[in-house]
Design a protein around this ligand. Structure first.
Ligand SMILES: [Zn+2]
Length: 392
């Protein structure tokens, strides 16, 4: 048995001062204030947290790459990279930029990496398909975006249906209704993104399993309605996401406030409440290999780009979850308990793994972090095993 002592434990119900966490066979046996628990068994290995916060490992449900790797090309190295920054459950995220052949090959690699439990397969919690059936008007790079194709999605579902946890789509496209009916049999949480569906269409999709607003206020639009008058603000995808209690809102909190301005982050948090916001990275392959002083990934405009003055547009981020959570704290003032709800428990809930991970609670996997108040990672545990120590 391992017993973490001298910790401030971050739980969904608040902080536990002078806390301890007991770990056996990779799982949390119990946690609580030292004075309320019996002394640790004499043969237990004591791990001194030195007063740091002990928090749940991050769950990132939207992440394309990192450490120089695309998630679908080298999933094990990708998972290993993000593990160092505290992400103990990750969904390798395909985008709308891959061809069918690339998707099939990528799925094969991810499934194989996931099965390798001795390596970092245990940190791969499933798969996120961000497309390819999105609205080309809202894509960063648009070439292989394609209409809904039953032959293609059935092949994907047959191959990896049980492991696909999130599928991002534009509900306004033809064929989406049938797609959602078929894919929902695999328990997939649908995410509305790269879309300009009418708010009514978004809300109606909840009954098919729509649960997520993909990177809220990024790459989403509105359908002009006939009732629109000058000076009247139209409602669209984001407003529907903000309105529905059944839909979680993903946010990319970069330090520059480029994806979501701090005021908008505050607004989203206020509208959704802390139990319905999910912090994501939407990280690209160059994360960790490029200039660490910026969080956004800029790409050159293309013919579909929205009219704007800049020559570049946003193409995901260079974030890791520790930085994203810290930025959320800076931009919204959220406290550490709420940050870990948004960065661990809520995403675990929406993909149905919260009975296993997402919070520091008895019975769950001992996926734990030692962190400072500013979410700097000091130690990472995966299933009770130390997999990373920050070298000061
Ligand atoms: Zn993405």
């Amino acid at each position: 048995m391992k017993v973490i002592v001298n910790a401030t434990v971050v739980t969904p119900h608040g902080l536990i001062n002078d806390g301890t966490v007991w770990i056996e066979q990779g799982r949390i046996v119990c946690c609580g204030a030292a004075r309320e628990l019996p002394p640790p068994p004499a043969d237990a290995e004591l791990v001194d947290a030195e007063g740091l916060y002990v928090a749940p490992g991050f769950v990132d449900i939207h992440c394309h790459g990192g450490g120089g790797h695309w998630s679908y090309e080298n999933p094990a190295a990708f998972a290993r990279f993000h593990l160092k920054y505290g992400t103990t459950s990750i969904l390798p995220t395909f985008s709308y930029n891959e061809t069918e052949e690339q998707i099939i090959e990528g799925l094969r690699k991810v499934l194989q990496a996931q099965a390798d439990i001795e390596a970092y397969g245990r940190a791969i919690a499933g798969i996120h398909m961000e497309g390819p059936y999105i609205n080309p008007k809202y894509g960063a790079i648009t070439s292989p975006i394609r209409p809904v194709n039953p032959a293609e999605y059935r092949k994907i579902l047959d191959m990896a249906g049980e492991q696909i946890k999130v599928w991002t789509l534009a509900p306004e496209l033809e064929g989406q209704q049938l797609f959602m009916e078929e894919a929902s049999r695999h328990g997939i949480a649908f995410s509305v993104g790269h879309s300009e569906a009418a708010a009514e269409t978004v809300l109606d999709s909840v009954r098919h399993g729509l649960r997520i607003g993909c990177h809220c206020t990024n790459a989403s639009g509105t359908t002009p309605s006939p009732s629109r008058y000058a000076g009247t603000r139209e409602v669209g995808v984001d407003e529907a996401v903000l309105l529905s209690d059944d839909i979680y809102a993903e946010v990319i909190a970069d330090r520059e406030g480029r994806h979501v301005r701090p005021l908008m982050l505050q607004f989203i948090l206020k509208a959704k409440g802390v139990d319905k916001v999910i912090i994501i990275t939407d990280a690209m392959d160059g994360t960790g290999t490029k200039d660490a002083s910026v969080d956004v990934n800029l790409i050159e405009k293309n013919e579909f780009s929205p009219p704007q003055e800049a020559d570049y547009m946003l193409g995901g981020s260079l974030l890791t979850m520790d930085r994203a959570a810290y930025n959320m704290k800076v931009h919204t003032g959220a406290d550490i308990v709420d940050l870990f709800k948004m960065a661990a428990l809520n995403p675990a809930k929406v993909i149905g793994i919260d009975h296993e991970t997402g919070s520091v609670e008895a019975g769950k996997r001992a996926n734990l972090l030692f962190v400072t108040e500013d979410i700097q990672i000091r130690k990472v545990f995966l299933d009770g095993e130390v997999v990373h120590i920050y070298n000061r």
